[in-house]
Ligand binder design. Structure first.
Ligand code: IMP
Ligand code: MG
Length: 179
């Protein structure tokens, strides 16, 4: 794809780099206070959340460990609707940690609901979900994050880790994709 083709699909910026960084600072100041003195494990679900994870962990001022997992979800129409397969699991035994899941976006809610169920079965000391973006109007299963940095309408968005066909993850802002 040429740069011109690539850029022609970036419809408009909906959340700027500055707005993202400011919001991360606010939330991380709160979380740094809340979790001070506790063993914290940040868990990110690849690939979409890797950019958010990188900025989020650097805005925390307390000691933390981090780990990654990867999951694929199968939506309606496949063998088992809403089934999530773990492609790549955590290296940590989470039973001695306060776990914070760092997610890019909650859409139908299926992926995260299942990941939370799987991780709760491993009995962490506590479990919280922080999502950068939340599209509550698209929810198919009931699921709420403990922290949603930005609530957005039903738009397909790209950038800051989020992709369209694997492109645009490296944009430093969140934009609407031109369908
Ligand atoms: P769900 O909540 O199980 O529907 O799945 C959320 C996943 O769908 C996210 O982790 C993204 O990978 C993907 N997704 C949902 N909405 C968008 C979007 O607007 N742009 C890019 N990816 C999206
Ligand atoms: Mg994702």
């Amino acid at each position: 794809m040429t740069t011109q083709e690539h850029d022609s699909k970036i419809k408009r910026v909906i959340i700027s780099e500055k707005e993202i960084q400011e919001k991360i600072k606010q939330v991380c100041a709160k979380i740094s206070k809340e979790y001070d003195g506790k063993p914290v494990l940040l868990v990110s679900v690849l690939k979409g959340a890797f950019v958010f994870m990188a900025d989020f962990c650097r805005a925390l001022t307390i000691p933390i460990e981090l780990d990654f997992m990867s999951a694929s979800s199968y939506g309606a129409g496949t063998v088992s609707s809403g089934t999530v397969r773990i492609d790549f699991d955590l290296k940590h035994d989470i039973s001695n940690y306060h776990v914070i899941i760092i997610e890019d976006i909650i859409d139908t809610g299926r992926t995260l609901k299942e990941i939370v169920r799987i991780l709760e079965n491993r009995h962490p000391l506590s479990l919280k979900v922080v999502t950068l973006l939340d599209k509550p109007s698209r929810r198919v299963v009931e699921f709420n994050a403990d922290e949603s940095l930005f609530v957005i309408p039903d738009l397909f968005v790209i950038g800051y880790g989020l992709d369209y066909n694997e492109y645009y993850r490296n944009l430093p802002y969140i934009a609407e994709y031109e369908e």
